[in-house]
Design a protein around this ligand. Structure first.
Ligand SMILES: Cc1cc2nc3c(=O)[nH]c(=O)nc-3n(C[C@H](O)[C@H](O)[C@H](O)COP(=O)(O)O)c2cc1C
Length: 182
């Protein structure tokens, strides 16, 4: 099997949070020989998405942070969205990244739709609520987005925590992390 290449996209609005901690635990058990790349969406701020799909000229080729994120996304076999649960959904930076997919689908010369098909999309999230069911909107967003782009769906790894480091005390989440990518 070809070498797998995991792109971890960190969508928290703080550094060293629970979502990243959980994702890093899971990444310790990546399949042998896998490559991994970690990008924090805070370091690559995307402009507000503007819907130019039906405008004259359409979407231009991405530049700056968008070009970096596009290149990283296309280079991965596995895209891991690591977003905290914010208001039952993905964080703003994560949602903006997903919105930009709509531009990349339309921009000339990228072939985004064909090149995303067959990759695997995964989710990792931390939430303060004790009821994991409240994360269903986030899981549904990612699952349906994967389906739309004919990607495989890897599932969502959930962990509980409020302040940074809390998730490491969620022993069930720590166990799930060890098995998540296997
Ligand atoms: C803007 C905002 C919205 C939040 N919304 C929710 C929520 O809807 N449900 C929940 O259980 N926790 C919510 N939380 C708590 C975070 O999900 C929790 O603190 C999580 O551990 C943060 O992840 P991080 O440490 O990776 O940033 C919210 C926190 C913030 C800052």
């Amino acid at each position: 099997m070809a070498t797998r290449s995991f792109l971890f996209l960190l969508g928290s609005s703080r550094a060293d949070g629970n979502t990243e901690a959980l994702a890093r635990l899971a990444a310790e058990q990546l399949p042998a020989g896998s490559r991994q790349r970690w990008l924090h969406l805070r370091d690559l701020p995307l402009p507000d998405f503007e819907d130019l799909r039906h405008a004259d000229g359409g979407h231009p080729a991405p530049e700056g942070p968008a070009a970096t994120l596009l290149e990283a996304t296309l280079a991965a076999t596995d895209v891991v969205i690591a977003s905290p649960l914010y208001w039952y959904a993905v964080s703003t930076s994560t949602k903006r990244y997903l919105d930009h997919w709509s531009g990349w689908l339309e921009a000339p010369g990228i072939d985004f739709e064909q090149r995303m098909a067959g990759k695997t999309l995964w989710g990792v999230t931390a939430l303060a609520d004790d009821d994991p069911a409240v994360a269903e909107p986030l899981a549904g967003t990612l699952r349906a987005s994967a389906q739309y782009l004919r990607m495989r769906w890897g599932g969502v790894l959930l962990g509980n925590g409020s302040k940074p480091g809390d998730v490491l005390s969620d022993s069930a989440a720590v166990s799930r992390a060890a098995a998540f990518f296997s």
